[in-house]
Design a protein around this ligand. Structure first.
Ligand code: BGC
Length: 752
């Protein structure tokens, strides 16, 4: 009893202490604010990109760079991006802390997107693992390395939902589904931020791009997004809300306009919804130059007007448009901007700095010995390998061509990406060095020495190999190497063809109108197939590709995305069957770019079909079906779903869905069981299927397990066109299976 009282007292005291610390931090922010001049406050809202040499603070002798340097010294900069390295960060921090009047530390931001130095699979690939623990761990590792380089803040996760494979930035997101996207948003935020933001191995995260960026018309980056309220509330916003609820400390607004208003100047989104209704306490940073871009959008007349609109809308920090620092003071003087808005923004920024512990020790992240110890730590590589294996999706495996035999086979490894050590890193890996990935060739030839492996490039994918090209120049003409590859294929038992996209073909500004195999790769594929159809196609790409010919003709297809530093090792383990693939597509693969946008959770329409006549919702020259549907992914074993049983508990307002899953094949394996619902009649129509639960299950050969999903109003309800959440009783289809095609279904009436 006494022990109980003691524990209770201790707990109570720690809660009080914690609350007290929080109050103290708030007081400190208020106190600091009261000492700041208007210029200094505006300075906190100003973010510049690095202008120093990589080796240290040596501003070049041009006026522009000098101005930035002076601004830091004078407390007119709140944050820097693209400065990294414990030493570099320390030196720059010193300029701010030791020279400025109030010595307010800078917050150092960087795009830590998928790993940092140790590059993990691109986010879309990680999403294919549906493994929240591994994804969270990936973000954790990235935070450890980035924080060891002096960084405090990552511009991640990107939680934009997208249904358009043409959009280059689908590689950076979690795909097309708001439910999966929300779970992954939580995992990433938690991984980056940990449970103590002030620890020197965590980063403040940033949910971006708020909002609608993934709905860029025609998949063209930065393009207009015109989205109905139902899609906005039910598809676009949920992952942002999930990130907010998981405690994300910052948001980034967006380049695009949404329904006529550039997101950066959208008061409803930022001030009313995010800061108001959702009660978000962190700060919002603009996207790069996006305040100034409101002029080109036709929303702001000029720079001052743009700054006025952005501040009023609730955009707290200006990334690189320089308009806050140059315009806000005069806007206040003219009565066009409110100082209260500035105070609010500054408080938010200072609070995050305070929570990061920067006021206690501005150099706490800057320890060169720690940096040396943690960068490329072997545990990080192990985590990257684990994530890479989990991200691989087996799309097709006819005649069980895979797994490969471990001896006595001659295997040709062919393709422009077969020995590419750069493309597997993707393009959004600012922190890493070039060419550090284990290529498929390297991984395969190291992994097994008992088969005879030979390499041929076949064709080059691009004409040159610049480090950070804005557009890669695809090779359409040079066929040198094609014959040699065909000869090799002919004499080999099996061919592993590594085809896909160059690492710089996806990512920001890299939209494509053709999502087939670029360059001469389709020709290479067909020529090889003519001499040896035993092809295992290993795809390396940053977006869904449309590959109907390959699907029809190639027996085995493995989606290996861009898997990061451990690419070749992960692919080898999977192809040899030592790791049984379990990934599932987080995004629909179309048959043809003409089907885009294509997604599994579409609406039924008034004319759903299929019908043997013309007047229904379809194409006359193509099926409505995708090439590979959302949630699809095979294993070397097979799974059987049975015994679907739905029970409704009216008292607890819960629905339980029980199923049995059996491993019916010849290997141990992992299945991702998926639960979908359809609300059959609703005031605002609902999609034909909506993912509402999933579970990763490891099953030994022959083993069978029962799994129970639970549905509450949170999963069964939806947002109306005013953004209010509601649950409507009625008939629901409950569907379960190993993909969005689902195998079992039941219709139940849910009411309480
Ligand atoms: C991107 C952001 C990124 C920022 C800073 C912008 O171009 O849209 O996602 O965080 O640059 O690098």
């Amino acid at each position: 009893m006494k022990k109980g009282i003691l524990i209770f007292t201790l707990l109570f005291c720690s809660v009080l202490l914690f609350m007290n610390m929080d109050v103290k931090k708030k007081d400190k922010v208020e106190e600091l604010l009261s000492k700041m001049t208007l210029e200094e406050k505006i300075g906190q809202m100003n973010q510049y990109s690095s202008f120093f040499d990589a080796t240290g603070p040596a501003p070049k002798n041009d006026g522009y760079q000098k101005e930035r340097y002076e601004h830091i010294k004078n407390g007119l900069v709140g944050s820097m991006l693209n400065v990294r390295g414990a030493k570099q960060v320390r030196e720059m921090q010193k300029i701010a802390v030791e020279n400025s009047r109030l010595g307010i530390p800078l917050i150092f931001g960087f795009d830590v997107i998928h790993g940092h130095k140790t590059v993990f699979p691109i986010p879309l690939a990680e999403a294919a693992s549906w493994d929240l623990e591994a994804i969270q761990n990936g973000a954790r590792v990235a935070a450890i390395e980035a924080a060891a380089e002096g960084l405090n803040w990552t511009f991640a996760p990107m939680v934009d939902i997208s249904r358009d494979a043409r959009w280059g930035r689908v590689m950076e997101g979690a795909g097309e589904d708001p439910y999966l996207g929300s779970q992954i948003a939580i995992a990433r935020v938690t991984g980056f931020q940990g449970d103590d933001l002030s620890a020197n191995n965590t980063l403040a995260a940033c949910a971006k791009h708020f909002a609608g960026y993934g709905f860029a018309e025609s998949g063209k980056d930065y393009n207009t997004a015109d989205v109905g309220t139902s899609t906005l509330y039910n598809v676009i916003l949920p992952p942002f809300k999930a990130a907010k609820d998981a405690g994300v400390r910052t948001f980034m607004n967006s380049f695009n306009e949404l329904n006529g208003i550039p997101a950066t100047g959208d008061k409803y989104l930022q001030r009313d919804l995010l800061k108001g209704k959702w009660n978000f306490k962190g700060f919002i940073v603009s996207d790069w130059g996006s305040i100034g871009e409101m002029i080109a959008h036709g929303h702001a007349a000029d720079g001052p007007h743009a700054a006025e609109l952005a501040l009023r809308a609730g955009s707290d920090m200006d990334m690189e448009s320089h308009l806050y620092i140059h315009q806000l003071k005069s806007l206040i003087e003219q009565g066009k901007a409110k100082e209260a808005h500035i105070d609010e923004a500054v408080k938010r920024i200072l609070q995050v700095k305070m929570d990061l512990g920067l006021f206690d020790d501005p150099y706490k992240y800057c320890d060169e010995a720690r940096e040396k110890e943690l960068i490329y730590h072997k545990d990080h590589r192990a985590a990257a390998l684990d994530m890479a294996k989990k991200s691989i999706v087996l799309l097709k495996n006819e005649g069980n061509l895979l797994p490969l035999k471990k001896e006595g086979e001659s295997i040709a490894i062919i393709g422009p990406l077969a020995n590419d050590k750069n493309s597997p890193l993707g393009n959004w890996r600012l922190g890493s060095e070039d060419n550090i990935a284990v290529s498929v060739w390297e991984g395969m030839s190291e992994y097994n020495k008992s088969n005879k492996l030979e390499l041929a490039q076949g064709v080059r994918l691009i004409d040159e190999n610049p480090n950070f090209p804005s557009h890669v120049k695809i090779n359409y003409t040079d066929k040198n190497g094609m014959d040699e590859a065909v000869k090799l294929a002919k004499k080999s038992d099996k061919v592993i063809l590594v085809l896909g996209e160059h690492g710089y073909q996806s990512g920001e500004g890299r939209s494509r109108s053709d999502i087939g195999l670029p360059g001469l790769q389709q020709e290479l594929l067909e020529k090889i197939h003519a001499v040896n159809p035993n092809i295992i196609l290993v795809l390396m790409n940053g977006r869904p590709l449309a590959l109907p010919w390959a699907d029809e003709n190639v027996p085995a297809i493995v989606e290996a995305w861009q898997l990061g530093i451990e690419t070749g090792n992960a692919v080898a383990e999977v192809l040899y069957g030592d790791y049984n693939p379990s990934g599932k597509l987080p995004m629909t693969f179309p048959r043809d770019v003409g089907q885009v946008p294509i997604y599994y959770n579409y609406k039924n329409t008034g004319r759903p079909g299929p019908k043997n006549e013309v007047f229904w919702s379809h194409y006359t020259d193509m099926t409505n079906d995708p090439l590979y549907h959302f949630g699809h992914g095979l294993s070397y074993t097979t799974f059987k779903y049975s015994n679907l049983k739905t029970s409704i508990n009216k008292e607890n307002k819960k629905v339980t869905v029980e199923i049995t899953i059996k491993n019916t094949g010849d290997y141990d394996g992992t299945e991702i069981a998926q639960l979908y619902i359809r609300d059959k009649v609703a005031t605002i129509t609902r999609p034909v299927k909506e993912l509402k639960g999933f579970q990763k299950l490891e099953l030994k050969k022959g083993e069978s397990v029962n799994h129970t999903f639970t549905l509450t109003e949170k999963e069964l309800g939806y947002f109306d066109n005013q953004g209010e959440f509601m649950f409507e009783a009625g008939d629901f289809d409950i569907m379960v299976g190993g993909s969005s095609k689902t195998e079992l279904s039941e219709t139940v009436n849910i009411a309480w």
